[in-house]
Design a protein around this ligand. Sequence first.
Ligand code: DGL
Length: 301
Amino acid sequence: MRALFAMPAQSPSPTVRTFTSGAASSAPVGIFDSGLGGLSVLRAVRAQLPDEAILYVADSLYAPYGERDDDFIADRTLAIGEWLVKQGAKALVVACNTATAQSIALVREKLPIPLVGVEPGIKPAALQSRTRVAGVLATQVTLRSVRFQGLLERYAADCRFLCQPGHGLVQAVERCDVGSAELRTLLRGYLQPMLDAGADTLVLGCTHYPFLDAAIRDIVGDRLTLIDTSVAIARQLQRVLDQHGLRAITEKASAALPRFYSTGDGTHQQQLAATLLHIDAAVQQVQIPSRRTAAPDSQAA
Ligand code: DGL
């Protein structure tokens, strides 16, 4: 079983900010991740909003973020958000749990466009677990973040969450490994203790992990319901675009292929998009300088 639940990261403020940047509904939506994981969100966005043009940035030169320090992640998230605004993005999906956990509030404050973030599906897991034991796979930064601890406090009162940092999993997906023997051994080491503890639910708390669903399923069979939030994120994006009058209006059956950018060489991005998303699109390498460090990130774009 796989469950798709609504757990987009919400704005802390209930007030709706008005964006007066002149963004047109025909402008693209920006989607960003530390690397290739956000492609799982892009897949859901394309299914939900086929008329939207998309710019996707993978910060593969700096992936994984999950073991980086907080300032570094905030800095990269803001730099890429600003870059996407300059490319004309009308809205931004921070398709990275780690970047959302660490810096969504800061980036929301600084960027002149609406934002959608992602966070692990703790609430839906707590709602649907029968054994009241659930596993969470996420990066170390996500698990130790104040936002994540807040989610546990809010929703996990009578449910035990076994939180496991997925060391090595992002790196595997970044090299397009979604099923090698080494990867399966790594996954088994993370999942078996959850099964032994009686978990019936697994939160995929990193956007890279949905690409490992077949490997996970081979190990756990039907014993764990997987909680993947990508469809919920796409629905939240739709709501946000509607709220701001930014939905694309087109007579065409669907928008063009996404425009892919990478701070790495883009080879694996192109390969993963082709094999798992059936999107055959070139990846343009870009340099997006860090805002805080002069070197080695200071090459001009
Ligand atoms: N896809 C990112 C996330 O959702 C991976 C973070 C990383 O690069 O470690 O957390």
